[in-house]
Ligand binder design. Structure first.
Ligand SMILES: NC(=O)c1ccc[n+]([C@@H]2O[C@H](COP(=O)([O-])OP(=O)(O)OC[C@H]3O[C@@H](n4cnc5c(N)ncnc54)[C@H](O)[C@@H]3O)[C@@H](O)[C@H]2O)c1
Length: 457
């Protein structure tokens, strides 16, 4: 039996300690804000007329970069100063979009030039392909900037480890983009209902899936074809590899990493410990030409304080059956949740479990959805229909914002005020270890055992 592996608390951050001690010493928030930015950034604070404006840059303005731009534009006092992308198509899109909202951002092809020229930045958002996250995030932190880096932290644990170490060495904040960790619905479901109120009793099983309909490889507008020299300069073997990096071992980790990492990240949060083993099966069964497995099923074991727990995960790329959601199962009930509330947003109580009515009174759950009862008095006919929703206790918390906004807000709050990051690099690294082992288990056709040392960066 492998040693019990406990998820560690977020390590103390010396910069945060400084903020707290400064505040305690009565130095106030003005000093805190300028100290956080470093000397060059504090000049920008003055240039921008004081206030709490943060100047940011984006590296990687593709599909997700644009989603993050949209969320940032909704957050007060965030100003885009620069965008870096090697592809003119993405550069133009981001530049025009930002201009529409009054942000005049410098546009760069090379992040090194951007970091050298843009002197009043506070933070960088990295939304480039996984394989270059470490290069981009490390350079930004070494340039004195805080970083919000998309998941998966990297497709290589060596590179992911280098990011944790750079954050420590430079004392810069590094938030990893597992956005469910800041989603108020997930925080309510996991922290309040499952961990604090223990409404599910002993949680022994988790199940999560992300099923997607079949799709072809991505194309590109022909007039935006990158030259062979440019592709080679940035390490891409072809335009197809550049556009479909997720499916190539050099740049990504395949669907289990791309999609699974969001949900596998939740297992350790729920169980309070890191996994002890994983056994996985998968293959390139549907898209034979692709490098990464197009379908994966994985079983994790967790040695919790209450005994062994297991989590089953599957990702499919040729059927969207059921979509994407997570279920946590205990001896007193289950909870189904998804980033899209229509796919999961309720708890289900076992008949023998303690009553949940008091939770409804406290506003922690909504009332159980009852079956439809129709009484026709003319014909003395009683119709009791059991609807799909019957027996569900809906969650009362809604997210009236785009899904990534709370996670970005948490990051900006950490930069400004020293708020604790919801996904610091140590947690991102632990998740990367748990997820990347799945590919190893498939390749070697064997169960993989984790040791506590493997989760340490
Ligand atoms: N948190 C989420 O829900 C979520 C969702 C989707 C994607 N992501 C993550 O966001 C990142 C980007 O994914 P995407 O779907 O936007 O991919 P994408 O291919 O649409 O965009 C990537 C962009 O990066 C640019 N790029 C590639 N190499 C570069 C380099 N060396 N320097 C600068 N720019 C470079 C490309 O030109 C492109 O514009 C990935 O890490 C992905 O895992 C996260």
């Amino acid at each position: 039996m492998p040693e019990h592996i406990t998820r560690k608390d977020e390590p103390s951050h010396s910069r945060r300690r400084f903020i707290k001690s400064s505040a305690a010493a009565g130095l106030g928030m003005a000093l805190t804000a300028s100290t956080l930015r470093g000397s060059s950034a504090s000049a920008s604070l003055q240039e921008s007329g004081g206030g709490d404006q943060l100047n940011i840059a984006l590296i990687g303005a593709g599909a997700q970069g644009r989603v993050l731009i949209e969320s940032c534009l909704r957050i007060p006092d965030i100003r885009f100063k620069a965008v870096c992308d090697i592809w003119e198509y993405s550069q133009r899109y981001a530049e025009r979009y930002l201009k529409k909202y009054g942000h005049e951002a410098g546009v760069y092809e090379d992040y090194r030039e951007m970091l050298a020229r843009e002197k009043d930045l506070d933070a960088v958002i990295v939304a480039s392909p996984d394989g270059v996250h470490a290069e981009h995030a490390n350079a930004a932190m070494r340039a004195g900037l805080h970083v919000y880096c998309e998941k998966e932290m990297s497709n290589s644990l060596t590179k992911a480890r280098s990011m944790v170490r750079t954050a420590r060495e430079t004392n810069k904040l590094l938030q990893i983009g597992h956005q469910r960790r800041s989603n108020p619905r997930y925080l309510h479901a996991i922290n309040r209902l499952i961990l604090e109120h223990k409404i599910l009793g002993r949680v022994t099983k988790a199940y999560a899936q992300w099923n997607r309909a079949k799709s072809d490889m991505l194309g590109w507008p022909r007039q935006y074809t990158l030259s062979a020299d440019t592709l080679a300069a940035y390490g891409y073997s072809s335009m197809t590899a550049f556009r479909n990096w997720r499916w190539f071992k050099k740049y990504g980790g395949g669907p289990i990493v791309d999609l699974g990492s969001h949900q596998i990240d939740l297992f350790s949060w729920i169980f309070g410990v890191l996994p002890s083993t994983v056994t996985a099966s998968g293959g390139t069964d549907y898209y034979p030409g692709r490098e990464w497995y197009d379908n994966v099923m994985a079983i994790y074991e967790f040695e919790t304080e209450e005994g062994t727990a297991r989590a089953l995960y599957q990702v499919q790329t040729m059927t969207k059956h059921g979509g994407f959601y997570e279920v946590f199962m205990g001896d007193n009930g289950s909870l189904v949740i998804s980033e899209v509330p229509q796919l999961g947003d309720w708890a289900m109580r076992e008949a023998h479990a303690p009553e949940w009515d008091s939770l409804v009174k406290e506003g922690l759950l909504k009332s159980e959805t009852q079956p439809i009862r129709k009484v026709d008095t003319t014909n003395i006919f009683l119709d009791v229909r059991v609807t799909a929703e019957a027996g569900r206790w809906p969650l009362p918390v809604e997210l009236a914002k785009p899904a990534h906004q709370p996670h970005l807000e948490n990051f900006f709050d950490a930069v400004r005020n020293g708020t604790k990051l919801n996904c610091p690099p140590e947690i991102g690294y632990e998740t990367a270890v748990a997820v990347l082992k799945v590919n190893e288990s498939i390749e070697n056709r064997r169960r993989c055992t984790f040791t506590p040392e493997q989760f340490k960066a």
